[in-house]
Design a protein around this ligand. Structure first.
Ligand code: DGL
Length: 275
């Protein structure tokens, strides 16, 4: 039988790590842009939200997940979480020889491709905004940009609890986004992978003049580029099966939420982490 995936390394999966369902926004883009690839997803739901936690603790969780991923056949790791990315991508790279991507630089690149007035907003968890990670990347890539940052800690809980379409979601969004509306930004980075799941509400509050940026698309593009460069892209033929979803909390609530975001039935397994 002819295989679509001849070399062993190319057959391995892309791993994505997030605290919950947020990283699925990146998974969706991987499915769009890299339909031949298999993914292994880890949602650390037992420790969600990451946003209010100290950076060392978030890094500790990611280390545990990277250890777990050694039991899987992985060729690339995507930290599909802004909070974990801002807690220090280079720390994770010290723990693994696999190529590793975060979501912050891709988001910044996408925003720079959109802004006309160089006034860009970024919303994220408290951890992400406090880290100054976005400002650091703008300082390197485009110091002329004026960045307006706003933490929106409740958004993650709204998404994880399935409340995106509730009146509370609109109320909370109006309050959080007010300062960014006043600032006259023309581009808004959704600096948390959960936030694209609230895009409709955010768009409504910000109005048609503000372009929303999700780093998912650009991250998937970067994943494709890295895999191609290393000769690790899988062969032709859609990866019909073989995707694996793991969570550190109960499987059912995650599966129910994920089912609405990802087409097809997915199997979710619970893994108990040492922490
Ligand atoms: N989706 C994550 C992020 O991009 C984590 C949110 C959280 O757990 O607080 O920051």
């Amino acid at each position: 039988m002819k295989s679509n995936c001849l070399a062993m390394e190319q057959c391995k999966s892309i791993a994505l790590i997030d605290s919950g369902v947020g990283g699925l926004t990146v998974v969706k883009e991987i499915f769009n842009q890299l339909p031949n690839e298999k993914i292994v997803y880890f949602g650390d739901t037992a420790h969600m939200p990451y946003g209010p936690r100290p950076y060392e603790q978030v890094r500790g969780f990611v280390y545990e997940i990277l250890d777990f991923l050694k039991t899987q056949e992985i060729k690339l790791v995507i930290i599909a979480c802004n909070t974990a990315t801002s807690a220090g991508l280079h720390y994770y790279q010290e723990k693994t020889e696999l190529p590793l991507l975060g979501v912050i630089e891709p988001g910044v690149r996408a925003a720079l491709g959109q802004t006309r007035n160089n006034k860009i907003g970024v919303i994220g968890t408290t951890g992400t905004i406090k880290s100054g990670a976005y400002q650091d990347v703008f300082n390197r890539f485009a110091p002329e940009v004026r960045l307006y940052s706003q933490p929106c800690p409740l958004f993650v809980l709204i998404v994880e609890n399935g409340l995106v379409n509730s009146p509370e979601a609109v109320r909370v969004a109006e309050e959080y986004l007010q300062p960014l509306k006043k600032a006259g930004i023309d581009t808004l980075i959704l600096g948390c992978t959960h936030y694209p799941l609230m895009a409709e509400v955010i768009e409504k509050v910000m109005g048609p003049g503000v372009k929303l940026i999700s780093s998912a698309e650009e991250t998937a593009r970067e994943a494709k580029r890295v895999l191609a460069e290393k000769g690790l892209l899988s062969g032709n033929g859609k990866a019909m099966s073989g995707h694996r979803f793991f969570v550190s909390g109960p499987a059912k609530p995650f599966a129910d939420l994920a089912q609405n975001l990802i087409e097809g039935t997915i199997k979710v397994y619970q893994v108990i982490l040492p922490w």
